[in-house]
Design a protein around this ligand. Sequence first.
Ligand SMILES: [Zn+2]
Length: 619
Amino acid sequence: MNFFARFITPTGKAADTAAFPPHSAALPFSADLATTSSSPPARPVWLWSLVVSLWLASVGNLALWKALSQADGLSSAQQWVLGLSLGLAIACACWALLNLLSWGRAAKPVMIALCWIAAFAACFMLNYGIAIDASMLVNVLQTDVKEAADLLHWSLVVTVGAIAIPPTWWIWRQTLPHRKGWRPVLQQLGMVLLAVLAMAVVVVAGFRPISSAMRNHTNLRYMMNPLSTVYAAGNLVAQQIHHRDTTLYPIGEDAKLGASYAGQTSFPIYALVVGETGRAGNFATNGYERPTTPLLSARQDLAIATNAWSCGTSTAVSVPCMFSHLGRSSQDSNKSYENLLDVLQRAGLAVLWVENQSGCKGVCARVHNANTETDLPAAARKALCQDGECVDMALLEGLDERINALPAEQRAKGVVVVLHQMGSHGPAYFKRSLGQDKRFSPECNNVNLQSCDRASLINAYDNSVVATDRMLGSLIDWLASKGQRQPTAMMYVADHGESLGENNIYLHGLPYSVAPDVQKHVPWITWLSPAMQQRMGISTSCLQQAVGTARISHDNLFHSMLGLTDVQTALHQPDLDIFASCKGRSAPPATLAHLASASAPATVAALPPTTVAAARKRG
Ligand SMILES: [Zn+2]
């Protein structure tokens, strides 16, 4: 508290003697506290906000200062110049913001709220290297108790408290000024102007180092606390206003089942697994050297897309985008449309969504639903679930019964089952695998990931991939067990990847433009039963070659599912359908230029040639 006392007393005297009674200079807080519990003398709000701004710019931005000190290509002198310029600019911006927002009795709650927002943001940035933008706020708003509980750790509580409690205590003790009239209002608005001018001077003076650092280290611009959070919140509100059109626009109204359904004796089953936090580089099927996918790697009948990319870096962004006919551009649309599942259902198929995570983000709103948390028999729940969270094998429990419960007329045509898995959701990776799936040890069993050594963190993550392998392997076995005549198919695509401590970045959700490839490069695996291959006129060997190394993305999912299910609609774009070039062919296609439109990314190109060849061979 001496920091505040030393700071306020001389500044207050010089700036506004009317607001500072003579005794205030001789009354540091420590003395004030020691002698009396009465409130300190009233000081103008602009002065409180200046103190709080300096606290926020310095302590509240520890994550930014840490990132700056570790930024590549900057000398120590450059780091100091940049740190000083940024610190002053952030302090000025906070001061302007607080003066704008803190009026009358709202002053204390506003300042305290901003301190706590800054503390939480700083804590997550420090612990996980995340950045705050609008999509991260959506993730926070859409999280559930289980996900939030996974993030809780005593070190988080201590860090948040250390950043937020001192200014909260100080603000709480201040006495609100009682001066009425226009003078204090004009004074406060004048301080807003002064703060903006001061910020402009600082930015102009430090323009070269600031602009160059922001260009080369784009993540820094999302770490300016709490400005990035306030900006993201404003952005989110603006998006909501922009999205005010709440009409749900139908799509694919012309959808109908194709010729393959005529005269069928067994209905097809299409299982689509929406993977969670699947990091392509940690799947042995994609060339990873550790045996993380023993069941899938042993199969010769899988088509592995080794160059597949997500449309977002978080569940809240990726899942709606994966099912949208607009793909990644759906994020820019201000209209709400129906999605793939609505089209499949409209065509006549029975559609069932089985949830083992925090929700389908609206995608499954109009189709049949089941949830592992609430719909499992007691014995299965006891074996597969702990503390309200189930491992993904729970998704396969009672699938036959679930399908049998679907409307008979639709079921007779065909069934689409979407399994939304928990996958490798962090930071509690150790909770995603059980018993024999814990192949790699020791395992990090702490949600404060930085406290684990990297090897144990990767062990815990890799064990979660082993659990996914077991679930997918069992799902394929279940589909294959349907008999030779029932056409079945499985497609697994993860929603996004994950950072596992590279450059001190953990988890996922960084803005797409600055997110590392590991958060965007996802596994994508397809299996077709012999009966399905025959029905669709698609050979697995053709598909293996078609998707082996061609760059594909979530933009392909909507059209590929229409192609796989043979649902006819004008929405279907064959050039985005990974099956289109193989339909009616027994031999591999001569060229796949339409899918390989983008150059191979660094992660695939960087794999040793033998690894890529092995991945292709397996695929
Ligand atoms: Zn996700």
